[in-house]
Write a protein that binds this ligand. Structure first.
Ligand SMILES: Cc1cc2nc3c(=O)[nH]c(=O)nc-3n(C[C@H](O)[C@H](O)[C@H](O)COP(=O)(O)OP(=O)(O)OC[C@H]3O[C@@H](n4cnc5c(N)ncnc54)[C@H](O)[C@@H]3O)c2cc1C
Ligand code: SF4
Length: 324
């Protein structure tokens, strides 16, 4: 590992001023340290933000605010989360291991990098790690890669489970930039598609900090589900995942949310399928039709065609779980 200096920032102001060009913020370190050990990230200095940023979960009638330093495990036991936003806890509990969830922060989870095997293999061409070098996955092992929203420069998927739930719940990311200006970015606009700039995962300005996540109040708590399909039942990233949430009135769907992980460079919302479900009866036939709408037109890669039928089934199962 390349030598680096380490500074603990006691405040947001100190963190922002300590973030010079070759410095990188560190929170739980569960992703960044792996990247440093593999020489993918090579910061000259680390700015520890664990005491500078909030670790509080605060709620009021408008919704909930989750500080960037709230650990993933804290989100799985918080009463307000479990009462009003259980989809978040359900998604997080399918990810990583208890030890990693104890360290992983909310901000770091959102900014974790792809698990594409070629990204971690510094001997392989990879446009995300080394722009312009090529994409080894497109004609190589793309079994776990994207089936939608990819480009001819990168077919990687975003690995987070928590982010799929945040996308479904219309969260926003509250940031503060180098000039101490605060800004709110809608979750749907936070992560990027690869296009011809696959080295950029998201729209966080250089040097900015994530301070918190806000989720507006909603009526999805009673009828929501997170389904993750993976190679092993634990400690594995999603092949396909589905966050589903329904607002029901009688047997009718007043509003629906559907999002997926493991399918694209960012958490993916199935807006057309959501629109179809609105106003319909919560029946298996309607769930199957919504799933058909979602998968229509998807063009998988050479080795991941299986994900299309897996996704279709996962959408139906997740929607059924919402009502059972
Ligand atoms: C073996 C293993 C299995 C895993 N399995 C899963 C899984 O199944 N599902 C899943 O969702 N995740 C999984 N993870 C990923 C894990 O959830 C992430 O590593 C973790 O959430 C990252 O959080 P962190 O606080 O440790 O981030 P760090 O490693 O500290 O930081 C990650 C990145 O975010 C930046 N950063 C951190 N906080 C801020 C901030 N507030 N503002 C600006 N920049 C910031 C850092 O500079 C760095 O670039 C797994 C990880 C491991 C190691
Ligand atoms: S899919 Fe993206 S991350 Fe993977 S090798 Fe291609 S460019 Fe790199």
């Amino acid at each position: 590992m390349r030598p680096f200096t380490f500074n603990k920032a006691e405040s947001v102001t100190k963190a922002l001023s300590g973030k010079r060009e070759a410095a990188q913020y560190i929170a739980g370190g569960t992703n960044l340290l792996d990247l440093m050990k593999k020489h993918i990230a090579q910061p000259e200095s680390l700015v520890d933000v664990t005491t500078a940023l909030s670790n509080k979960i605060e709620s009021d009638k408008n919704g909930i605010r989750i500080g960037a330093m709230v650990r993933n495990s804290a989100l799985t036991v918080d009463k307000n989360i479990l009462d009003d936003f259980p989809l978040i806890a359900k998604a997080i509990l399918t990810g990583a291991s208890p030890q990693i969830r104890n360290m992983a922060s909310t901000g770091g989870n959102i900014l974790q990098r792809t698990r594409c095997p070629y990204f971690y293999d510094v001997t392989a061409p990879c446009n995300k790690r080394n722009p312009g070098s090529g994409c080894s996955a497109i004609k190589g092992d793309n079994r776990m890669s994207a089936i939608i929203g990819y480009s001819d420069q990168c077919v990687a998927v975003h690995p987070s489970d928590m982010c799929v739930a945040l996308a479904a719940l219309d969260a926003s990311v509250e940031i503060i930039d180098k000039d101490q200006k605060k800004k709110s970015i809608l979750f749907k606009d936070f992560h990027r598609l690869p296009g011809d700039t696959p080295h950029l995962d998201n729209n966080l300005p250089d040097g900015a900090l994530i301070q918190s996540i806000e989720i507006p109040q909603n009526a999805f708590a009673k009828n929501c589900a997170y389904l993750k399909i993976r190679d092993r039942d634990s400690y594995a990233f999603a092949l396909v995942s589905v966050a589903a949430a329904l607002e029901l009135s009688g047997g009718k769907i007043r509003a629906a949310r559907l999002a997926s992980g493991g399918v694209a460079h960012k958490p993916w919302r199935w807006y057309e399928a959501e629109d179809f479900l609105k106003g319909k009866e919560a029946t298996l036939a309607n769930f199957e039709e919504a799933a058909e709408i979602a998968v229509k037109g998807i063009k998988p890669l050479s080795s991941n065609g299986y994900k299309v039928s897996m996704l279709r089934g996962a959408i139906v199962t997740a929607l059924e779980e919402c009502v059972n």
